[in-house]
Design a protein around this ligand. Sequence first.
Ligand code: GLA
Length: 647
Amino acid sequence: MSRRWELRGRSCVLTLAEDPAGLVLLDWSPDGSATPVTEPSRPTPFLPEVDRTRHLLPAAGVRQLRGVDLQVSTTTGTPVRGTGLRLRSVEQDGRRIRAYHVDDTDTVGVTLEVTASADHDVLTSRVTVVNHGPAAVVLDRVHPGSWYVPVADGVTTVDYLSGAWSHEFTPTSATFGPGCFGIGSASGLTSHEFAPWLAVRSGEVTRSVLLQACSSWRLGVEVGHGDPWARVHGGLTDQIRLGPGERHTTPASHGLACHGDPAPHWHDFLRGLGRGLTAHHHPVVHNSWYATEFDVSVDQQVALARRAADLGAEVFVVDDGWFRGRTSDRSGLGDWQSDPVKFPDGLGPLVQAVTGLGMRFGLWVEPEAVNPDSDLYRAHPDWVHRGPHREPLLARHQLVLDFGRAEVVAWAKDWLRELLSSQPISYLKWDMNRAITDTTAAPASWALDHARGYLSVMAMLREEFPDVTVEACSGGGGRIDPTVLGLSDVVWTSDETGPRDRLAIQHGFTRVFPASVMSSWVTDMPDLVDTEPASLQFRCLVAMCGVMGIGTDLSAASPEELATIGSLVRRYRELRPTILGGRLRWHGRPADPACAVEYADATRTVLFAFRRAATGADLTVTTESGREVAVRWELADDCDLVVLDGS
Ligand code: GLA
């Protein structure tokens, strides 16, 4: 190997070398100190060295036995599968390295770009492929490059987040010897089942990878027998057709190497993707869903809004049920005008009542969905994702509009523009409630095409309606990744609001994602799933751990309950800058008899403490700044809020 290259983040260092096929990882260290690794003795011809070479972009046609990030097939002329990648040049410009490759058939040019952030220890890798040939090629696989992590004694432990609808973000671990580990989604959405993140611990050092993956994706770890390094690889699963002269750039793969817990590093990095921690885009909302579901009327919403305003809510959001024909989940999706029966004079009177109370007004929308029982579907049955010769599958009585089609995206932009211009609407909850199951032809880039359409509408909202706060939702936390975080302000973490389950979900969520995007509402007891009693204070404190909202049916709440919620909303608004921007640290886990979560910045430390009252468990916390706090359980028997001034 010839030249060496070094890419430095805030403290991390990626050390690379060149070989004829591309850049090779020599080390990936949190602080520049060399990782102690014993390399195996030189392989024989039966154990090809190239398979042990840590190419950042391993390609089919170079590697012989192991997995690859790039496989290109030519479909015309003499079909060739694979890419004999040859490194042409490497350029470094401060914190960015670009490696330019060509393929030995002169068909494609391939650029690997890795950038380091000066403010974080996150590295970002992307790959661009350009078709220089005279005919179309198919990118069977194109991933944004691999990461390599040291493996001690052949055993790897991977931490990741698994789940299901209403149970997202469960911290999970897998330990394995030589072999492969994989997570992913084939649904066109990030999924409730796995977040596109994993971490590998090597002693004190943790290396973790987060993918931009708001469609179908896979993320895996591969370690060979006797190999001291595991390869972490992943990307979208689409196959992409490139016509002559066309190019494709992958979504990014982010890698973080740090000492200890990676969570605060990911929080800092991901907070930076948003548009600041303003109260405007992190407001206290009242959301109608749990109070009124589909049964929406002007009088009943105005009654809720009056109480919400009294309690200090800043935005009043009417969830599902406001649009034409939406009497249940069986009809209406696609017809995005206010329902003439529920709103005989349009949305105006309700919007005016809400804004007259000093709150902003918001609406729930699900632009990618359509019920067969809708005027939109009757007019455009061809607009949905569907396979040939087969009726598409229904889920929640709805189908998915193909956002890969320009006319569908144009339609969505048009009605959203019209809706947002028709009234002072400055909050949208964008939902997406089902997997994409029915697809058309090969090569299969439907998931990426759909995601691009979705992201282009989100980008239009940001550009043309900068005052509109966007809450991203997918039946809860089904589509959360760095791209979505870059175009939304908050995300609805889960449909589960039972307080103990929700606390567990928030514990898992904040392993990666920051509290500043974690929308969380206090709702009524009893919950369908989480039936263990919890005080109203407990439920409010769980919501205060992120971007607090109210989903309680305030019309049915007692004066005492209203007073409790109101005083905690006021407290939350005072403490909000620390909760959104402070350093978050868990003390124990929600499954423990007692636990706490701490938020600390230069001005104060905020501690939310929770316990199972029946256990009478004591809790003493040593804060980030080294102060010992014995929780006194003053707010309620099962929870407490402690605020310490100064850092
Ligand atoms: C999804 C969302 C909920 C609510 C309903 C409305 O389940 O996650 O918050 O908006 O849809 O139908």
